[in-house]
Design a binder for this molecule. Structure first.
Ligand SMILES: [Zn+2]
Length: 367
């Protein structure tokens, strides 16, 4: 994938930097882990410190000191998660800030404006998310609204990028905009959404509304039923997924781009993803365990520290616990994607996938 701030090898995993920072680690760490692109959250940056402030500082790359690609989500999912604090109508979503209770309106147009000010390399359209499970009627209504919003968002984006919007500072003239396919777990709605979104002519496309509590197999099926309707020559982005297994299975179904809070959030809770399965570093059994978290891992944490020491840091509530655990988990995710890319390049992806699955079932039997 080529962006205004450089190329990204796909399939790729994007560490999540909600507030313009990946929690507990520095950009230097991310660069040495080989992260080629970050995700940041429009909703959070819009509320604090504000998109105008970031635009005056030259855009998000300059503001946060990160020169590689950035994707910003649209805020749709965050607003949806506010539940009782928001109302959604055809115009957009009205909500109260989780910070100070102030009232805001996000529309397809002003979300495009906010992202133009932030200057991310990839801007996502503002979409409507529905809860899972939901009846087909409700999902259809929401999917159709998302399509109408996508048309408005695209028109605004084109106007912004062609210099027709005078009062918005466009900080990245090379920004791309991705459309989002919705439609819940209903194959016919997914197809309709994909066809309608592709017809609007975005730079690339995402699959939204998954990884919201549906069973794994359902997610895999929906992904497999959606990607055939998305162009082969554009990256496909599965939003918000998932576990390492989810990533492998989604790649098998044609997905190129991922983001997820699991590696970073779980790291801060003491949960490490390893080649031997999930390891809870807080457990008493590791109190005097001299082994690294993952003997097969070459990350800084595993090369330097024992489970015993990491367990101690966690219980002592040392900040370093979050940092070292995050370094390991991000390394595990980024390394998994790197191995997937190698396997694809050597025509051995199916073999890799099978071996990954066998390891997984063996671990489940062990535990
Ligand atoms: Zn490690």
């Amino acid at each position: 994938m080529t962006t205004a701030h450089g190329d990204v090898q796909t399939p790729a995993f994007m560490p999540v930097g909600t507030q313009g920072a990946v929690k507990a680690v520095t950009h230097r760490d991310l660069e040495s882990l080989g992260a080629e692109i970050l995700l940041s959250n429009t909703y959070h940056l819009y509320l604090r410190p504000g998109a105008d402030l970031i635009a005056r500082r030259g855009g998000l790359h300059a503001f946060m000191g990160w020169s590689r690609p950035i994707l910003t989500d649209s805020g749709g999912y965050q607003v949806f998660s506010l539940a009782a604090r928001r109302t959604i109508d055809e115009d957009g979503a009205r909500f109260r800030s989780h910070l100070d209770g102030s009232e805001h309106l996000l529309t397809p147009e002003n979300v495009a404006d906010i992202q133009a000010k932030l200057g991310s390399d990839v801007a996502m359209v503002f979409d409507e998310c529905v809860a899972h499970p939901a009846e087909a009627d409700a999902v259809r209504k929401s999917m159709e609204r998302t399509l109408r919003w996508a048309r408005r968002a695209r028109e605004r984006f084109v106007a912004l990028q062609s210099g027709q919007v005078r009062d918005v500072i466009v900080t990245n003239p090379g920004q791309a905009q991705f459309g989002i396919v919705q439609g819940g777990v209903y194959p016919d709605l997914r197809e309709e959404s994909a066809r309608g979104t592709v017809a609007l002519g975005f730079e690339a496309y995402a699959i939204g509304g998954l990884s919201v509590g549906e069973p794994n197999e359902t997610m895999y099926n929906v992904v497999g039923q959606t990607t055939p309707y998305l162009p082969d020559d554009r990256p496909r982005y599965l939003m918000g997924a998932g576990t390492p297994e989810d990533l492998v299975e989604a790649v098998a179904r044609g997905v190129d781009l991922f983001d997820c809070v699991l590696p970073t959030r779980n790291a801060r809770n003491g949960q490490l993803f390893t080649s031997e399965g999930v390891l809870n570093i807080k457990n008493a059994r590791y109190a005097e365990d001299e082994r690294p978290p993952d003997p097969a891992c070459g990350c800084y944490t595993c090369r330097t520290y024992s489970r015993a020491y990491l367990r101690h840091l966690f219980h002592a509530k040392e900040m370093g616990a979050s940092t070292l655990n995050t370094l390991h988990n991000l390394h595990f995710y980024l390394d998994t994607l790197s191995r997937i890319r190698d396997a694809i390049a050597f025509g051995r992806f199916e073999h890799f996938r099978l071996a990954f699955r066998q390891d997984l079932s063996r671990r489940l039997l062990d535990s």
